[in-house]
Write a protein that binds this ligand. Structure first.
Ligand SMILES: [Zn+2]
Ligand SMILES: [Zn+2]
Length: 174
């Protein structure tokens, strides 16, 4: 797979918490994350993922408080170019152990003591995706006449310089 050499999948987010489940209520442990590139789910690739999470043993399972950040490739709505958007995710969740009948399946620890952060992290990143992704605050987008990126050097067009394809369309319409 080209470019996939250092691509890891899911696994760094599947934490084995068996040791913590055996500890007393109130015990905690920090986990650090640093992944150059990680598929958070089949459809979500995040790069430069870093951050940490504190996992604490409670009577109901494990409470997790985490702050992570990463980058995702998005398309700018103005200039249509791909850019890297910084995202952050806050996690404050209780994972049930042992799972109860009405437990959220994304918030339970499996029988073999695996706490999977993936689904929660994905949700948290998605919540923070911009609705209108923009590569730069001052991105001027594409010129409707020539289709070029509008930069400081871009000259406005006199009427007659209209794209010939548009001119043809104009004639057809009139
Ligand atoms: Zn842009
Ligand atoms: Zn132009």
């Amino acid at each position: 797979m080209p470019g996939g050499a250092n691509l890891t999948k899911f696994d760094p987010l599947r934490l084995n918490v068996g040791f913590l489940l055996n500890k007393d209520v109130g015990d905690s442990r920090n986990f650090d994350f640093e992944e150059p590139s990680l598929l958070i789910s089949e459809d979500f690739l995040i790069s430069d993922l870093r951050g940490s999470a504190r996992l604490s043993r409670t009577g109901q399972g494990i409470y997790i408080e985490g702050h992570l950040q990463g980058k995702v490739d998005l398309e700018c709505v103005r200039c249509l170019s791909e850019y890297s958007q910084a995202l952050s995710a806050e996690i404050n969740e209780l994972f049930d152990y042992p799972p109860k009948k009405d437990s959220d399946p994304h918030l339970t620890i499996s029988e073999d003591a695996i706490l999977d952060l993936g689904p929660i992290l994905r949700e948290s990143f998605l919540l923070n995706l911009p609705i209108q992704p923009i590569c730069r605050i001052d991105c001027m987008g594409l010129c409707p006449v020539c289709g070029e990126l509008i930069t400081e050097g871009h000259q406005s067009h006199p009427e007659e310089e209209i794209d010939p394809r548009l001119a043809v369309l104009k004639t057809l319409l009139s």
